[in-house]
Write a protein that binds this ligand. Structure first.
Ligand code: T46
Length: 131
């Protein structure tokens, strides 16, 4: 499975660092929603779902966490630990997030507003939908 990582240019000087996220420059969709996950407890696993339409980009802007992606045929794990890299998550991709560091802040950009109807939360249903 191809993991789609986007590299962001870091603008740095003696004052610190800055990364800009901009539609069509380094974000391949119009951003309609932003959320962030933080204060995660040790050993929790989040996610356990896929989306029917939603496209997202996940950036670990502080600390680290692990993504398990599953397209129904293959699985792939990736550690996000760099604020200069974004993980593109297309629709019909099962995801589980784990190994959150205590300081982890996971920022997610989405191309749609929140819609519970877009979630596939049953793994067997997901497997049926992608086969
Ligand atoms: C995803 C992964 C990476 C909202 O009210 N609005 C929102 O925009 C979101 C994302 C969540 N919520 C509510 C729904 C739940 O009551 O926040 C609560 C926690 O959401 P959830 O259990 O879906 O969180 P995760 O970490 O399992 O999944 C989230 C996103 O929901 C999902 O789209 O791809 O992060």
């Amino acid at each position: 499975m191809d993991i789609q990582l986007i590299d962001f240019q870091q603008h740095g000087d003696e004052r610190g660092s800055l990364v800009s996220l901009e539609y069509e420059k380094n974000i391949p969709f119009k951003i309609k929603r932003v959320y962030y996950i933080f204060n995660t407890k040790e050993n929790v696993i989040r996610g356990y779902h896929a989306h029917k339409d939603l496209k997202q980009l996940a950036i670990c802007i502080k600390g680290s966490c692990e993504f398990l992606l599953d397209d129904g045929k293959e699985t792939c794990s990736i550690v996000l630990d760099n604020p200069n890299k974004g993980l593109l998550i297309e629709s019909f991709m099962w995801r589980e997030m784990s190994s959150f560091s205590q300081d982890c802040v996971l920022l997610v950009l989405a191309d749609e507003v929140y819609n519970e109807m877009d979630y596939v939360r049953d793994y067997n249903e997901f497997k049926k939908m992608v086969s």
